[in-house]
Design a protein around this ligand. Structure first.
Ligand SMILES: [Zn+2]
Length: 325
């Protein structure tokens, strides 16, 4: 029987799914990526864990039909090289195929992590039965992936779907990509934390001072918590983030007319505070016929969406896959 392996490499963790031909998941393993130690270390960890999993399952590399790895960052499809990765230092110009291919002796497929997650949700998750989906993930940053007519839409080189870097406020705050006013610089977890720290400095009597002692300890979940308790300053921060998210989604809806928008990432879980107002801003800002049809739904595959997407991409036909839910 053949096997396929999906790997999701992120800034903090790596997730591996080993799947049998009949769709059964034999192993799901998560471990720290140690990305701060550079690409060599990360690739080493991937290889070591793969070897160990196969050994434990008594599977040889000859029985593995395909290995799919998705990575966080700008992945240049035509050359197979990672251009840059915001949370993984030192990956500029790295080719996973060149580095891992000769060691692993197995057909290797590489993809951007959010593209893979979008495909995973499309095949096995919240996008099942739909043809055109937009996935956005909200965490420290904001990622995006598109499935158009049942295939990942990559654009000419693999960079399509980057909703986090849609410019929504000319001259706005500096983004990790080096430009100003991107959605990510206004609505991401990092942006909400930044605004929260500003509030912390300005309002000495505020609720945030009951939560943390030092400004540096303040993260986005504190702001959400404060907003839940009715703190006006926190509510304002979240409403502003929701407004720009709604604008970016409206631009995406007008351009792409998706069937469904899937909200993923850590922040979207407790994110009714931001997603509900974002949806109403979206409905105000997008063209009516396109936005009337679209719904925003939560992602269902969680942190495994990328690895599931890679398993899906490795399949000659999708029907063979089992139901993972
Ligand atoms: Zn940007």
């Amino acid at each position: 029987m053949g096997y396929r392996i999906g790997v999701d490499v992120g800034g903090t963790k790596i997730l591996i799914l080993l799947c049998r031909e009949d769709g059964a998941i034999l192993e799901s393993r998560k471990f720290a990526s140690k990305a701060d130690k550079g690409p060599r270390k990360v690739m080493d960890l991937i290889c070591r864990n793969l070897e160990e999993i196969l050994r434990q399952q008594s599977i040889s590399w000859e029985e593995v039909d395909g290995l799919g790895i998705c990575v966080a960052g700008f992945y240049h499809m035509p050359t197979g090289r990672i251009i840059s990765s915001p949370n993984m230092p030192g990956w500029e110009g790295i080719s996973l195929t060149e580095n891992l291919g000769p060691i692993l002796h197995v057909p290797l497929l590489v993809e951007n992590d959010v593209n893979a997650a979008a495909y995973g949700e499309y095949l096995f998750g919240a996008g099942r039965g739909k043809n055109n989906i937009l996935l956005f993930t909200m965490g420290t940053g904001i990622g995006g992936g598109l499935v158009v007519n049942g295939s990942i839409f990559r654009g000419s080189a693999g960079f399509a779907g980057e909703i986090g870097h849609l410019p929504v406020l000319p001259g706005g705050p500096l983004c990790g990509c080096g430009r100003r006013g991107c959605l990510e610089a206004l609505s991401s977890g990092a942006a909400i934390a930044r605004e929260g720290r500003k509030l912390f400095r300005e309002n000495r009597a505020g609720i945030l001072h009951e939560m943390v002692k030092n400004e540096e300890d303040l993260e986005a979940p504190h702001i959400f918590k404060a907003a839940e308790q009715g703190d006006e300053g926190a509510l304002k921060i979240i409403d502003r983030a929701a407004y720009y998210l709604g604008l970016a989604l409206a631009a995406a809806v007008n351009l792409l007319n998706p069937d469904v928008i899937i909200a993923g990432g850590g922040m979207s879980q407790g994110g009714h505070l931001i997603l509900t107002p974002a949806e109403s801003y979206l409905r105000q800002a997008a063209v009516k016929p396109a936005v009337e049809e679209v719904e925003i739904v939560p992602a269902v595959l969680g942190e495994k969406a990328g690895a599931w997407g890679m398993l899906g991409l490795l399949l000659p036909t999708n029907e063979k896959m089992g139901d993972c839910l």
